[in-house]
Design a protein around this ligand. Structure first.
Ligand code: NOJ
Length: 557
């Protein structure tokens, strides 16, 4: 394929969170056979590819982001044969398949970590992870003051054979997720083998977990974040103080990406590496996607941009400029399995820190009607932008965050490590509804679901929305069809001069489509043309012009 024309530059990639997508065996946890059976629905939706969150062997302490064997399917999700069938079916349907690679840490159940624990300090087995002696006379003070993303300290102490406390190991996330030592060539070689294992099975690429965390600053210096506790990283451009921790965004990671790039380049077709890199500003993140490194990176700055016309224009401009400067496509994303679903997030009174989640006792719960209107408008805006886009399962149904989950159902390690101070991410991970009248809304044949589904989700089930004019599902389908037909992914954005400084309207042209988003409180009259897509009904105004209501987006041509 000619450089510049690769499929991923313009693709819309749908994230499947396997445990919550479709459960074929009825145990209440989604599985690979369930996914395969529902792939035709994604084809009908009109996406180009799917990204599967981890389904590898894992004790599931962080929902599979704690891998204990990178080349085996966890029995919860099925078998390698099921995976082969999944990928074959997806390819037959014209869908590409990306899998999640989790290289920053393994599970503490991984053979490498068990071997490290069974080996003495200084051994090559320990060198695979980040073990350090403690500070103080007895080594009983942690090697530094870093705080885990999930709450609590980033270090745990191991016990020696004689039962006495011994070295400490580093874990950016849960204590069951020890960080690998990426300065060690042995680790690098093992991961190249793992990449090849999945590339040989036909995967079209990898979403790379914690791509910004794998190299730590030499000497592991103390660090106190501007706000208590670590965030997923990178900070946000509008944070008052820069958040630049010694465990995020270190330059050494680029060498790894160049090696990985070469591994993928050795395979036919256009295989893609997409970075989960919480790095700010965007100009720094763009370094992750230089021509010989990764191909794409999630645009978290865009995800968290406020529902404000100036901020939206700013982040869109900056994204196109920053990614464009290195020859990479901009990407756009509004929801994933780590953040409050955008149908709720866009109506939160104040912005909620990533990973905190919302629950029954949260203040300022979002208005679901406002949230859904804004979410639809935001999606209609996003899908008209040039570049690639990521969707998260269930957003095409307009699913909100499940806020009223009982404490007893929660499973996110964040909830446990902060002793319930932060709700965490379970609210965006509830199994999705397919058929309103089926057990577990069609998620599983037995009615089992690993997190309880809100009763109101019956009205949002796919079968209630399919073919229904004005439904969220229909809007997504129409937008994806038009986006493809008009080749918006490979187009170019041009702001409409009449709205270029508007405080309430975002308006641009991309190829033959004019897009107007009204983020204000009053209806806006639309430019001349036929409405091709509307996130909320437009109407004829007293002035004889077509009017766009508040919190709505229209495409015109
Ligand atoms: C980012 C993943 O998206 C998140 O779900 C996970 O908890 C952390 N990385 C740790 O792997």
């Amino acid at each position: 394929m000619v450089r510049g024309r690769e499929w991923w530059r313009t693709a819309v990639i749908y994230q499947i969170y396997p445990r919550s997508f479709a459960d074929a065996d009825g145990d209440g946890i989604g599985d690979l056979r369930g996914i395969t059976s529902r792939l035709p629905a994604l084809r009908e939706l009109g996406v180009d590819a799917v990204w599967l969150s981890p389904f590898f062997r894992s004790p599931q302490r962080d929902a599979g982001y704690d891998v204990s064997d990178y080349t085996r399917v966890d029995p919860l999700f099925g078998t390698l044969k099921d995976f082969d069938r999944l990928i074959e079916t997806a390819h037959e349907l014209g869908l590409r398949v990306i899998v999640d690679m989790v290289p920053n840490h393994t599970s503490s159940d991984h053979r490498w970590f068990r071997e490290a624990l069974d080996s003495p300090p200084g051994s090559r087995q320990r060198e695979r992870y980040i073990f350090r002696d403690g500070r103080g006379k007895d080594g009983d003070r942690r090697p530094n003051n870093w705080r885990s993303v999930f709450g609590g300290p980033m270090w745990d102490r191991v016990t020696g054979e004689d039962g006495r406390p011994e070295q400490w190991y580093l874990h950016i996330f849960d204590s069951s997720q020890p960080d690998l030592n990426w300065e060690n060539p042995w680790v690098r070689e093992r991961f190249k083998d793992i990449l090849r294992f999945w590339l040989d099975r036909g995967v079209d690429g990898f979403r790379v977990d914690v791509a910004h965390g794998m190299i730590k600053q030499a000497g592991l210096p103390d660090y106190t974040p501007p706000k208590a506790g670590a965030s997923m990283g990178g900070g946000r451009q509008r944070d008052p103080e820069p958040d630049d921790p010694p465990y995020w965004g270190q330059d050494g990671v680029h060498e790894i990406w160049r090696e990985w790039h070469d591994v993928l380049a050795g395979y036919p077709g256009d295989r893609v590496l997409c970075a989960e890199a919480w790095v700010a500003p965007l100009t720094k993140m763009a370094l992750w996607v230089r021509p010989d490194e990764m191909h794409q990176a999630f645009n978290f700055d865009y995800m968290f941009a406020g529902w404000d016309a100036r901020e939206q224009r700013r982040v869109i401009d900056e994204s196109i400029a920053a990614f464009g400067a290195v020859g990479a496509p901009p990407t756009w994303v509004l929801s994933n399995h780590d953040v409050i679903r955008h149908a709720s997030r866009l109506a939160l009174g104040a912005d909620s820190p990533q990973g905190d989640g919302i629950g029954p006792r949260s203040k300022g719960k979002p208005d679901p009607v406002v949230g859904l209107r804004r979410a639809r408008a935001a999606t209609a805006l996003m899908l008209a932008l040039p570049g690639g886009a990521y969707l998260y399962q269930g957003e095409e149904l307009g699913l909100p965050e499940a806020i009223e989950l009982p404490d007893s159902a929660r499973q996110d390690p964040t909830w446990f490590r902060t002793r319930g101070r932060k709700y965490g991410r379970d609210g965006c991970r509830v199994p999705i509804p397919w058929e309103a009248d089926a057990p577990a809304f069609g998620f599983s044949p037995t009615g089992a679901a690993w997190l309880p589904q809100p009763a109101e989700w019956a009205a949002l089930a796919r079968d209630r929305q399919r073919g229904v004019p004005g439904s969220t599902l229909t809007m997504y389908q129409d937008a994806l069809r038009l986006r493809r037909r008009e080749r918006l992914g490979s187009g170019a954005l041009e702001w409409l001069p009449a709205f270029a400084r508007s405080t309430t309207v975002v308006a641009f042209r991309n190829r033959g489509i004019t897009v107007v988003a009204n983020l204000g409180r009053r209806p806006v009259s639309l430019p001349d043309g036929t409405v091709r897509l509307e996130s909320a009904p437009t109407h004829l105004g007293a002035n004889g012009r077509r009017m766009l209501p508040p919190d709505a987006t229209a495409w015109i041509s």
